[in-house]
Design a protein around this ligand. Structure first.
Ligand SMILES: O=C[C@H](O)COP(=O)(O)O
Length: 252
């Protein structure tokens, strides 16, 4: 049985005092429960502080990106060694905003996925189609390719540990959620693609999240689907109250 994974991606929001207060509140109120994992994906400057605030609680701290190299002349970048050293446990890779504005490619996502596993970080690999691709019936092909390329060269054990986040780009921050059936159809396809490149047993273990205008009003319906195991949430993760409602919905 796969656990539910609720991850809040703050993107480029909050100042340190707000970040600390949020994690303190969620750490105190989110009940420790084996059926749900609670992750906060925060900007780099807050990670060290948030890891401390989250200690002993249900909350895990994730970065929103990283470089694939361990160190070197890459001004402005942050390495997997640094994240792991801070006690960060997860890292978001290949978010559509990184792909669109920062030239992230399937190749760099794959390098980063390997780097994450080399440094005990769990990758949350984002995939998803544009509106044009959806209207041209290219969703399955495009998303399947993104998944295949991101996971290339990983062992079956590593694939089983990877979190895949399916985020249709047209649903991000727009208030338009994919219907739970449509979202589930793509998530099932992702699981089938993973079956083809690994094994049935491996694919059954992979946590697949949906992301795109998830909020307390639609989370239950999404989580009731056969292949949706959690959510990667932007806007509705910015307030502790609404994030806690999402975590609660994932708790059995
Ligand atoms: O990483 C999160 C997603 O981009 C979804 O953002 P949203 O919940 O604001 O639509």
């Amino acid at each position: 049985m796969r656990k539910k994974v609720i991850a809040g991606n703050w993107k480029m929001n909050k100042v340190l005092s707000e970040a600390n207060a949020f994690v303190e509140e969620v750490a105190e109120k989110a009940k420790i429960n084996d059926s749900v994992e609670t992750i906060v994906c925060a900007p780099y400057p807050y990670l060290a502080s948030l890891v401390e605030k989250a200690k002993g609680s249900q909350v895990k701290i994730s970065a929103q990106n990283m470089h694939f190299e361990e160190n070197g002349a890459f001004t402005g970048e942050v390495s997997p060694v640094m994240l792991s050293d801070l006690g960060v446990t997860h890292v978001v890779l290949g978010h559509s905003e990184r792909r669109e504005y920062f030239a992230e490619t399937d190749e760099t996502v794959n390098k980063k996925t390997h780097a994450a596993f080399n440094h005990d970080l769990t990758p949350i690999v984002c995939v998803g189609e544009t509106l044009e691709q959806r209207e041209a019936n290219e969703t399955m092909n495009h998303v399947g390719n993104q998944v295949t390329k991101a996971l290339e060269g990983l062992s079956n054990e590593q694939v089983a540990e990877t979190i895949v986040a399916y985020e249709p780009i047209w649903a991000i921050g727009t208030g338009k959620t994919a219907s739970s059936e449509d979202a589930n159809e793509v998530c099932s396809h992702i699981r089938n693609v993973i079956k083809d490149i690994t094994s049935d047993e491996t694919a059954e273990k992979v946590v697949i999240q949906y992301g795109g205008s998830v909020k307390p009003a639609n989370i239950k319906e999404l989580l009731s689907q056969s292949d949706i195991d959690g959510a990667l949430v932007g806007g509705a993760s910015l307030e502790a109250d609404s994030f806690l409602q999402l975590v609660e919905a994932g708790t059995k």
